[in-house]
Design a protein around this ligand. Structure first.
Ligand SMILES: NC(=O)c1ccc[n+]([C@@H]2O[C@H](COP(=O)([O-])OP(=O)(O)OC[C@H]3O[C@@H](n4cnc5c(N)ncnc54)[C@H](O)[C@@H]3O)[C@@H](O)[C@H]2O)c1
Length: 353
């Protein structure tokens, strides 16, 4: 099988490339990336050593794709920040996330290939997520049952009313999902769409606005300043998380049984069981790194921030016996082990968070 992974030098793309190469040793994998994300270049030796071909290319340019055909395109390229477009960068966000996906779809049509798309929980509109009843507990906020249809204590289901504002980033991903559906209907494209919450793991060049688990771990390791921003500044905001290796295991299953998964568009997330508040994450980081880092409180809430997000995966679990299995200690310990080995390169690339 010939597989093209766009955004293939990024965190998810490179992890998937190496995992799929191991699981399907006969596959030929090409990772295309324009190295826009700081740190992505550090993945290149890793890809080469893993038998994956790297192709420099920008998804905004249809002429920059490698020579096909490919049997499968895995679209992982993105400007993945939920703050993108607010104070500039709209052109890049729009054309990478949406025009880039359009070019992938046209290539899929030309090559008669399948498409697997990494979408996001940010496709859900923000207002109901903020309005759903919640309670403050000692270390975290929790969602209650009742209230907004489609949200319960277990998280957000795919049946949530999709009307409303979702951030420019969320818009590009939701529009991408809709465009994929049109290509399925009009051109018989076979496609799988995974709506992920926080994905985390080693080789994630985390920033304050994207890749929070890696960022928090690195901040403890290197002593970078940290703040609990928003929702009163107590650090009780909660996200579910999925270890990237857990995600990779599911994607391999989906690739192997693509016809069964064709048309899937739903939550792939850690859910309540695999969720953490910032405050809880601080504690885990302290234990794992053995370092304490003062965390400042900023009461004002940032644009597009959410008190809570949990993806309810009950629909997913009717389709598969796959379940996430890597918890927060394992996740942070894996990131810390990676940071220890690559300290100098990381410091050069990330320059203080
Ligand atoms: N990491 C998460 O928590 C998370 C959660 C939900 C969804 N996703 C989605 O998963 C996908 C991968 O995210 P990630 O965490 O690996 O992000 P990442 O930033 O690490 O990877 C994205 C890659 O795309 C590349 N890229 C950016 N613009 C490009 C362009 N114009 N042409 C070619 N390559 C370009 C970047 O250089 C980078 O290597 C994205 O679509 C993202 O929206 C990620």
């Amino acid at each position: 099988m010939r597989i093209l992974i766009t955004g293939g030098a990024g965190f998810v793309g490179a992890s998937l490339a190496l995992h799929v190469r191991n699981a399907l040793p006969d596959s030929k994998i090409v990772c295309m990336d324009n190295l826009y994300r700081r740190g992505s270049e550090l993945n290149l030796p890793r890809l080469r050593d893993g038998g994956v071909v790297f192709h420099w290319g920008d998804v905004r340019d249809p002429g920059a794709f490698p020579v096909g055909p490919f049997d499968l395109i895995v679209e992982c390229s993105a400007e993945p920040s939920v703050l993108a477009g607010l104070t500039g960068g709209m052109n890049y966000l729009y054309h990478t996330n949406l025009t880039g996906l359009f070019h992938c779809l046209e290539k899929a049509r030309e090559w008669e290939s399948r498409l697997l798309f990494l979408s996001t929980s940010r496709v859900y509109p923000m207002k109901p997520l903020l309005e759903h009843p919640w309670r403050e507990e000692e270390t975290r906020f929790v969602w209650l049952d009742g209230g907004v249809p489609g949200i319960c204590s277990q998280g957000v289901g795919e049946e949530l009313d999709m009307r409303g504002v979702r951030s420019f980033y969320g818009f590009t991903k939701y529009a991408a999902e809709l465009l994929i559906e049109e290509y399925r209907a009009a051109h018989g494209l076979k496609a799988v769409v995974n709506r992920c919450g926080v994905i985390a793991g080693p080789w994630q060049f985390g920033k304050g606005d994207q890749g929070v688990v890696a960022f928090w771990t690195m901040a403890h390791h290197f002593g970078w300043p940290l703040s609990y921003i928003g929702f009163g500044g107590t650090g009780k905001q909660v996200r579910d998380f999925l270890h990237v290796e857990d995600l990779c295991a599911l994607v391999v299953e989906q690739i192997r049984q693509f016809d069964l998964w064709d048309g899937w568009c739903g939550n792939v997330a850690g859910g309540l069981e695999y969720s953490v508040s910032l405050r809880e994450l601080t504690e885990v980081c302290q234990i794992v790194t053995g370092r304490r880092n003062p965390v400042h409180a900023v009461k004002e809430t940032r644009a597009n921030d959410l008190r809570l997000f949990l993806g309810d995966c009950r629909t997913l679990y009717t389709r598969t016996t796959w379940r996430p299995c890597r918890g927060i200690h394992q996740l942070v310990a894996g990131i810390e082990a990676w940071v220890c080995v690559h300290e100098q390169e990381l410091l050069t690339v990330l320059k203080g968070g």
